[in-house]
Design a protein. Structure first.
Length: 487
């Protein structure tokens, strides 16, 4: 759209420089100057709990963000829940959610000084368009006074006897998107007399719901002490009319659809602690009251319905999870039973195979017992027989000089024994005990001579050799007494 006049003060409603979706700014251009930010219009985060199911807006200074000029807070009324069974069935077994109702009025809270301006909607009748009326007091500030009694009085803006100037927002036509603000008179005008009534004076134009143009010449004709407050009221009321009365109510009041409740993320701790815009204050005291902890306001019908719906959904989800867990448990028990049955079957098969092999082993053992006459595992193979060899006589070490002595032949061993460790101990002869000698290691691997053959003993001097040689075999073993060679 085209500007009415570039020389007039014009405020453009655009996105804020911080690029926050719910923040906007009013850019001012005057006498052909470049638009510069003059006011910041801020809204609470729609995803935060304070921003749900309500509308809130605040107007701050662009250069000093801590300066708050005014704010608006609207909590709508809600429709009653439907008891129709058809509607409940279509909504999944729960009553349909309550819907917001368009409010007939809203309040603009101004600060420094504190003042409330109520904007009321007035229907236009058949074929007409609605209008939005408000009034501003002529006197806003107190007169300087040193009297303590005067300081105890209320501000002129809160005094019912203070004259007020009436204004109204209305559309130029039914199909037009432009709103015009007109000054319609004063509260002191007589209602019944219209003969000398002045015509309505246009003060501002909200063109295409995007820019607010102030008619400067008519604006200065208004007999009012606080023109800055009127400017703030014009901008805030224009923003509220656009965002509430010319916007779908669900979007205006941040109503979350019932299908999005399950998909909505839980708010963080910072979102829960985030404070909403300051509440409307009606105190006329000059000093700002300190903030005190107040109990949370009761939940609106929409929030209560969301709570009930969420409770029902969680209960249904809990029942579903419980049934799923029960089914999973039964399935696990069935699987465990199948596994136990399969394991038992496998163990039975292994036991059967073991018994079959044991039967085969028993049959083979019985066959071998019948064949060899032994009893299976008790059979011990016989040790190989050993021949009885006479121990090899010990060799005497050489003597330095020969001496004549007699040696008795060793006695033959009595009986037969299997080995050197199984036989009876050897009896000691006349010459003392003889050591046991191995028949293999002391004979250089050759078999020893039989024990029955005894080598004949010869005298050291060769005496008695012929007699011993001529003796019979039976007499060789007889020990004879030796005779002296001298006698």
């Amino acid at each position: 759209t085209k500007m009415l006049d570039e020389n007039l003060p014009t405020f453009f409603l655009k996105q804020a420089p911080d690029n926050v979706k719910h923040h906007h700014s009013f850019y001012l251009t005057y006498r052909g100057s470049e638009p510069e930010p003059a006011y910041n219009l801020k809204h609470p985060d729609p995803a935060s709990p304070p921003g749900k199911n309500c509308y809130a807006a605040a107007l701050f200074d662009s250069y000093n963000p801590e300066i708050l000029y005014g704010e608006v807070l609207i909590r709508p009324e809600w429709t009653q829940p439907s008891l129709s069974q058809e509607d409940i069935r279509k909504n999944g077994g729960v009553p349909p959610p309550p819907q917001p109702i368009l409010p007939q009025e809203f309040t603009i809270q101004l600060y420094n000084p504190d003042q409330q301006v109520v904007v009321r909607q007035k229907s236009g009748g058949w074929g007409g368009t609605p209008s939005y009326n408000f009034s501003m007091p002529q006197q806003t500030f107190r007169l300087p006074s040193s009297s303590a009694l005067d300081r105890q009085l209320s501000d002129p803006a809160a005094d019912m006897t203070t004259p007020k100037i009436n204004f109204t927002w209305k559309k130029d036509g039914k199909l037009s998107k432009d709103l015009g603000c007109f000054m319609t008179g004063k509260s002191t005008d007589q209602v019944g007399k219209k003969k000398h009534k002045e015509p309505d004076i246009i003060v501002s134009m909200f063109q295409a719901l995007k820019e607010v143009t102030i008619y400067e010449s008519n604006y200065h004709r208004i007999d009012i002490e606080d023109p800055k407050g009127l400017e703030v009221v014009l901008l805030l009321s224009a923003a509220v009319l656009k965002e509430v009365y010319f916007t779908p109510l669900r979007e205006a009041f941040n109503v979350v659809e019932s299908g999005q409740l399950g998909l909505r993320k839980h708010s963080s701790t910072n979102d829960v602690r985030r404070q909403s815009l300051p509440q409307l204050r009606t105190s006329s005291a000059p000093n700002m009251p300190t903030k005190s902890s107040r109990p949370a306001p009761p939940a609106d019908p929409r929030s209560q319905w969301e709570i009930d719906n969420e409770t029902a959904r969680l209960k249904a989800a809990q029942d579903t999870e419980r049934r799923a867990a029960e089914g999973k448990r039964r399935e696990q028990e069935r699987a465990d039973a199948e596994a136990a049955k399969k394991l038992k079957k496998q163990m039975d098969a292994e036991e059967k195979e073991r018994r079959r092999k044991q039967v085969e082993v028993d049959k083979e053992t019985e066959r071998l017992r019948k064949k060899y006459g032994t009893t299976g595992q008790d059979f011990v193979p016989p040790l190989p027989s050993r021949q009885n060899y006479a121990p090899r006589p010990q060799q005497q070490p050489p003597q330095p000089r020969p001496q004549q002595y007699s040696v008795q032949p060793p006695r033959p061993q009595q009986g037969w024994h299997a080995g050197p460790y199984l036989g009876p101990p050897t009896m000691a002869g006349a010459s003392g005990p003889s050591a046991s000698q191995s028949s293999f290691f002391h004979s250089n691997g050759l078999p020893a001579k039989p024990q029955g053959y005894i080598k004949p003993k010869k005298s050291f001097w060769g005496l008695g050799s012929s007699r011993d040689a001529s003796a019979s075999g039976s007499d060789r073993n007889v020990v004879r007494r030796k005779s002296s060679v001298m006698f």
